[in-house]
Unconditional design. Structure first.
Length: 390
């Protein structure tokens, strides 16, 4: 994607503060370039970018695809923070992150399960896509703190769903495989769940991975408790009991298949995961290619803030790069300057920016760290003023 901004005013030298380049944004539809899907909704273009130079050099950025796979099983209707359910908290956290970085990415979403199921009633159908992957809204929406058409539609669709049913994750990933593999460019899956996968009628397990046994308090019709050595996931003991097996084998295979296709999966575990099942989520993070160095290997969250922090860490890791490619070589690298929003970045080999080749620069040190926080709306590169060197 080429971010095309044209500066109108020239400048020379750096003794007296020279005139600023003025950034003009195109107004149109969609989320590419700096277009605004609805100008009145997102506000007017920024009138003066405050950048030194007579030309803003277009940068090239391939939007990565963030694909959210969200657990909408019955347990996600449980209260999370005393006010919101785990499902609404997850949706809110995702939307809040996309308000900040949505202009840098394309995003889509799937929920599992789907269908008309009552809370805790049955497994429901394997999940499917509810929001087709598309470019996010303009950076102008983010700068002005507005929600554009794309994010507004995304939020509305997610809010229509009510949690219910089981956790048919392996079948969901199988359903989504071709959709994910057909996306162009870099793609990553962000999976948010509060438990281990189940609902696979072909799964087998012993009592240690039978969710009926793990939950406790269940009894057979003759009064025998579902406790080892009794395995209530054994079809010979409980017809249909296999759907309560932790479906780790098929799920890990589906995650590994995506990873081998270049699509990693980041696993976020919401509260409600017992120790035995935490090990299952660890194995899912390993299979998905995103295991953290410490334990747990997945991203464990305990409240709304840690959920938002985890999502932001993952999303910025995928969406933000400190290596900046230019659409064309500047006429004179001695008159190039770099800005994080309105903050001027010095040229420096230690803390600032440095030229990599004729069309590439790299932001390093504390400035790169600032960029990676996700708090910077855009990197802009200008030509026409003597380079600010530190």
């Amino acid at each position: 994607m080429a971010f095309t901004l044209i500066g109108l005013l020239g400048c020379s030298g750096r003794g007296e503060r020279p005139p600023y380049a003025t950034a003009h944004y195109n107004v149109g539809t969609g989320g590419t370039d700096f277009n605004v899907a609805n100008a009145s909704k997102c506000g007017p273009p920024v009138p003066d970018a405050g950048l030194c130079g007579n030309q803003i050099l277009p940068t090239q950025q391939d939007r990565p695809n963030l694909y959210f796979v969200i657990d909408a099983s019955g347990s996600m209707a449980d209260t999370f923070d005393g006010v919101n359910t785990k499902y609404t908290a997850a949706v809110s956290a995702i939307v809040n992150v996309l308000e900040i970085i949505g202009h840098r990415v394309s995003y889509g979403a799937a929920l599992f399960p789907v269908g008309d199921v009552s809370i805790g009633d049955n497994c429901g159908l394997p999940g499917s896509e509810i929001f087709k992957t598309q470019p996010g809204d303009s950076v102008i929406c983010a700068i002005n703190g507005k929600v554009g058409d794309v994010l507004g539609g995304f939020h509305e669709l997610l809010n229509l769903h009510r949690p219910g049913g089981g956790t048919p994750l392996s079948a969901t990933l199988t359903n989504l495989k071709s959709t994910l593999k057909d996306l162009s460019g870099k793609t990553a899956v962000i999976l948010a769940t509060d438990g281990a996968p189940n609902c696979n009628p072909n799964a087998t397990c012993d009592a240690s991975l039978c969710e009926t046994n793990l939950a406790g308090g269940y009894f057979l019709s003759n009064g025998t408790p579902c406790a080892a050595p009794v395995n209530c996931c054994d079809e010979a003991v409980v017809p249909g009991g296999s759907t309560s097996c932790v479906d780790n084998v098929a799920t890990n295979a589906a995650l590994a298949d995506l990873k081998n296709a270049g699509i990693p999966t980041y696993v976020i575990g919401l509260p409600g995961i017992v120790n035995t099942l935490a090990a299952v989520l660890d194995s899912m993070a390993v299979a998905g290619g995103t295991a953290r160095s410490g334990y747990p290997r997945y991203y464990e969250v305990t409240d709304s803030q840690s959920l938002a922090d985890a999502l932001r860490t993952i999303a910025t890791q995928i969406a933000v790069s400190c290596t900046i490619s230019l659409a064309e070589a500047p006429p004179n690298w001695g008159q190039v300057n770099v800005y994080l929003d309105s903050e001027e970045v010095p040229q420096s080999i230690d803390d600032g920016w440095q030229q990599i080749d004729n069309q590439t620069l790299e932001i390093i040190g504390t400035y790169c760290a600032t960029l990676q926080t996700g708090n910077v709306y855009q990197v802009q590169v200008t030509a026409g003023c003597t380079t600010y060197v530190n």
